[in-house]
Design a protein around this ligand. Sequence first.
Ligand code: ATP
Ligand code: MG
Length: 238
Amino acid sequence: MTGAAVLCRGVGKSYPSAAGRVQAVSGADLEVRAGEVMFLVGPSGCGKTTLISIIAGVLRRDTGECRILGTDLDTLAPAAASAFRRRHIGFVFQAFNLIPTLTAQENVAVPMLLNGAARSAARRAALEALEAVELGAHAAKRPSQLSGGQQQRVALARAIVHGPALVVCDEPTSALDHHTGMEVMRLLRRLAHERDSTLLVVTHDHRIYEFADRIAEMDDGRILRVGAPRPNDGSTVP
Ligand SMILES: Nc1ncnc2c1ncn2[C@@H]1O[C@H](COP(=O)(O)OP(=O)(O)OP(=O)(O)O)[C@@H](O)[C@H]1O
Ligand SMILES: [Mg+2]
């Protein structure tokens, strides 16, 4: 695919609160090219989760424009928007959101089943995705029987099992030690590359900046600038 995987212009979103409305995102512009690894960074509360939730189609914007893989999800009927999201987007949440009563393999199979795959095909694809994140031997375990890093990798496997064109991750390494965080990022980058996916990753973690093609800096609900990562100091080169 060529062109922009994500194109946001002037996106705004507010939430109701006791003291009136909180403007979480206000006039955010962001373009993510097809096939690139884009990081989204910025201080806590600046609107990162809100913006990527809009991009991933799990939250509706109030204002602005947003085209994901060429489609404005807000113009689709709810059922069509859900179908589009299930088919083309993988989402890794800030909390892993694994289903505690299902095994690792069953958790990873969920997106395939929601897309209408046969049970046997979903199980096979789930095992392959778990093998890709080096957890094939743990397929039958439930989340509570896995370490934080292993649960994070199950969440990654679930996000990529159906071959989505866009994978959106919220803080995929924040709960992990340095070594495991680097491993997870290396894996994510390789999987995205092999599967020809675009990757948008929210992170606070300066240690993994080297994995980005470009970094978008956000503050106060806006994207301030976008640039290539500069080694070691966590800043960007425009
Ligand atoms: N569901 C909600 N209801 C009301 N306010 C919210 C809600 N979600 C987020 N906010 C507010 O919107 C603003 C942006 O929140 P958001 O979660 O997008 O920030 P963030 O950049 O992801 O922060 P963090 O790095 O801490 O995860 C914050 O002021 C937050 O308090
Ligand atoms: Mg957040």
